[in-house]
Design a protein. Structure first.
Length: 144
């Protein structure tokens, strides 16, 4: 089996919202745990449980991020939420596939899902940072 490197959270992934950064960190930890499980050939129930946890936590993470973006009137909100749904669908699909056959959980499948999240953070999420900074600046100015 191919050994795959884990990914640690790095400040370059930050979206300047501590709560969202913490969600990201937890997602990275869960993917790293899944990689560890794969390298030790854990049982099917453990895999399925962790994939379900990733799905559930992803929903929580994305819903919190979406609430923030919606509240601020982020102009690309619909497209952003569609991307989140893609991740959730992929994790649900993976959960179903491994329920049918544990051998469907490959390192490639884990990496594909994890890398989707990293790419989303680096590209799609990075687009809302300037928007939220401007709103924060305006909110701060209006408080004075």
């Amino acid at each position: 089996m191919t050994e795959i490197a884990k990914v640690e959270w790095d400040p370059k992934y930050s979206v300047d919202i501590e709560e969202i950064d913490n969600f990201q960190k937890k997602m990275f930890e869960m993917f790293n745990e899944l990689i560890d499980m794969k390298s030790t050939n854990a049982d099917a129930k453990s895999y399925a449980g962790l994939i379900s946890d990733i799905n559930d936590y992803g929903k929580l993470y994305f819903s919190r991020e979406e609430r923030i973006l919606k509240k601020k009137g982020y102009p690309d909100f619909d497209s952003h939420t569609k991307a989140h749904r893609q991740f959730i669908r992929s994790s649900i699909s993976l959960r179903r596939e491994i329920a049918e056959d544990i051998n469907n959980l490959t390192i490639e499948a884990i990496v594909e899902l994890r890398d989707w999240l990293i790419h989303h953070i680096e590209t799609t999420d990075s687009l809302y940072i300037p928007f939220l900074r401007i709103h924060q600046y305006i909110d701060d100015k209006n408080k004075k």
